[in-house]
Design a protein around this ligand. Sequence first.
Ligand SMILES: Nc1nc2c(ncn2[C@@H]2O[C@H](COP(=O)(O)OP(=O)(O)OP(=O)(O)O)[C@@H](O)[C@H]2O)c(=O)[nH]1
Ligand SMILES: [Mg+2]
Length: 181
Amino acid sequence: MSTIMMKEDHFGFYVFKVILVGDAAVGKTSLINKYVFNQFAEDYKASIGSNIIIKDLETDDGKKVKLSIWDIAGQQKWEVMRPVYYQRADGVLLIYDVTNKESYDNLFTTWYHEIQTIHQDFKLMILGNKSDKGDLKFEDENALNEKFNPIKIIKTSAKNGENVEKAFIELTKAMIAPLYE
Ligand SMILES: Nc1nc2c(ncn2[C@@H]2O[C@H](COP(=O)(O)OP(=O)(O)OP(=O)(O)O)[C@@H](O)[C@H]2O)c(=O)[nH]1
Ligand SMILES: [Mg+2]
């Protein structure tokens, strides 16, 4: 069976697993809710373990895609479970909060080490979320590129929707591309 066949289910969808990774309260759940349901809630309800949301989409060149989006809890108490949730991820959205430097610094420590437990190739995009609150500009693009080799680094807002759909679509295109190489 070719790689392309393996990535399509019997309805002709490409199927990819995408995980959202980053500190508690950076906005992982909020980004998913904005993208999938076009909803945003101001109150913070910490995620418990992991939650899977299925989203169907079609790329601009007509490829049908089914994303299983894994919303993974960022609180420290879920640390032991997370590598289990990460397995077989095709794509990673690595997220920090542009108003919280600690959440940025932790990308290079906690989150870098955790994603090393994914034992297959994956595409990674970095999102600086909460762009609607202003940007304290502690991001070092060179350092991020060197450490993570991301397909893109962008600013998002789960509140006003900036770049939210774009993040998922660009990641999807990057996951599809190797199947045609
Ligand atoms: N202003 C603003 N607030 C946001 C944005 N994204 C998330 N929030 C708020 O930040 C808080 C945390 O958001 P969550 O989406 O629950 O964060 P999380 O990363 O899923 O957190 P854990 O589940 O604990 O890992 C909530 O109060 C959200 O309303 C954003 O883009 N802009
Ligand atoms: Mg959450």
